[in-house]
Design a protein around this ligand. Structure first.
Ligand SMILES: Cc1cc2nc3c(=O)[nH]c(=O)nc-3n(C[C@H](O)[C@H](O)[C@H](O)COP(=O)(O)OP(=O)(O)OC[C@H]3O[C@@H](n4cnc5c(N)ncnc54)[C@H](O)[C@@H]3O)c2cc1C
Length: 382
């Protein structure tokens, strides 16, 4: 279906970003998948072309727009190019971390961090999850105890996207460990601070070129001037920003399903069995027809959510609906598409194999499908 969401300037970004991906990312992708990380410089190169920090103010080198459609175009093209692992760090930087800096930085903090975030020289990450907790965020243990002009941070985080490449880590800490939600705050912990160590780059099922790491904090003295927003407001800050995070994952989910459909259509039109293209068996036609329908349905809802986000009306429940439904769709679609590739679908040289492995995490990170349904269910008074 024709999508009415975009203006010519979004399509211009789509064209230029896709050309950049094809030139700079696609040729190196398999090497980075092997290495388990993209070079830090990729963010700087993206910054030179305006592909990061689109939402930051122009005075700090950003694109000066508060229009999520630019982010959406970038997220979609990463999936369409089949480079989800390499692109996820950029999406996280743009869609998930930048909003915290936009909403909560003081003027001094803006001047200190925003130019680097916009140029890609300062890569960002957000660290909530700990070895002992994920879904139950308010039970987190990493502490930040005030000591004069600093906070002394102790604890650890795990599964942190951009964990190795990150220069600035938005870290959820307990400034009052006696409290649950009310004791949480957000601190920016910077590369090079004494006592801030990175663990190994974790070995994952998919998203191999996405560095995902453990972080350790041993008596890290973080200046109080690195507090983001007000002390004790951390949980509310997270709740406020999670809808955009979830919508970003939903945007990628539908795009990943669309990409898988495209590769599979192409493959099943060429591959023959019993004297006919495998796509023309009724079973294949039905499968592909169902997938095409579901992708269109999912796209319509996601586009509507993007419009609502831009208007400031997207609710936590709507974002949760978009997140769980599109990522379950993605998982279902890549599985069915892999089946239609036969044995070749299991070979890593085919994009569908990598897409299958990459899809598995999407119903877990950013809040699991079960937690999304809890959010929706509670909103119905249940
Ligand atoms: C590749 C990758 C990247 C990630 N990136 C980041 C990142 O950048 N920053 C970050 O902070 N975290 C990140 N995460 C962590 C991710 O968000 C968590 O893994 C996720 O929130 C789930 O938490 P958990 O793993 O502790 O699972 P648990 O919370 O232990 O859940 C285990 C199971 O129990 C279910 N469950 C838990 N509570 C309930 C409930 N109330 N009702 C019903 N079922 C429930 C869950 O749905 C799940 O099926 C990442 C994880 C991965 C694997």
């Amino acid at each position: 279906m024709e999508r009415t969401l975009f203006e010519p300037e979004h399509e211009e970004l789509r064209t230029s970003f896709r050309a950049w991906l094809d030139k700079e990312i696609v040729p190196n992708y398999l090497e980075w998948e092997e290495a388990g990380i993209v070079p830090h410089d990729v963010f700087v190169e993206a910054g030179k072309h305006g592909f990061v920090g689109m939402n930051l103010p122009e005075e700090y080198g950003g694109g000066g727009t508060d229009d999520f459609r630019y982010n959406q175009v970038i997220d979609e093209e990463i999936q369409m190019a089949g480079v989800g692992g390499a692109g996820l760090g950029m999406s996280l930087h743009n869609d998930i971390c930048v909003p915290y800096f936009l909403a909560y930085c003081t003027e001094e903090q803006k001047a200190r961090w925003m130019p680097g975030i916009a140029s890609g020289e300062l890569v960002t990450a957000i660290a909530m999850t700990e070895p002992g907790i994920g879904s139950d965020l308010a039970s987190m243990k990493t502490s930040a105890i005030r000591d004069g002009d600093s906070y002394v941070v102790n604890g650890s985080k795990t599964f942190i996207t951009n964990g190795i490449n990150a220069d600035l880590v938005i870290t959820a800490v307990k400034t009052d460990p006696t409290q649950k939600h009310k004791g949480m705050s957000l601190l920016i912990i910077e590369r090079g601070m004494e006592g801030f160590e990175r663990g190994r780059n974790l070995d994952k099922l998919g998203l191999h070129s996405q560095d995902t790491a453990e972080l350790f904090f041993n008596d890290v003295h973080v200046p109080a001037s690195n507090l983001l927003g007000e002390e004790g407001q951390g949980f509310l800050q997270l709740v406020h920003n999670l809808p955009q995070e979830r919508l970003s994952i939903a945007v990628a989910g539908v795009a990943a399903a669309r990409a898988a459909l495209g590769w599979t259509l192409e493959y099943t039109k060429e591959r023959t069995a019993f004297g006919q293209p495998v796509g023309t068996f009724q079973n294949s036609r039905f499968a592909l027809a169902e997938i095409a329908t579901e992708v269109e349905v999912g796209q319509a809802f996601v586009d509507q959510c993007v419009t609502a986000l831009n208007a400031g009306t997207l609710t936590a429940e709507e974002a949760a609906m978009a997140k769980w439904w599109t990522t379950e769709l993605q998982k279902r679609v890549v599985d069915r598409c892999l089946q239609l590739h036969g044995g070749y679908g299991y070979m890593m040289e085919y994009p569908i194999a990598r897409a299958y492995a990459d899809a598995r995490i999407t119903t877990i990170y950013g809040g699991t499908t079960e937690i999304m349904k809890e959010i929706i269910g509670k909103s119905m008074g249940l």
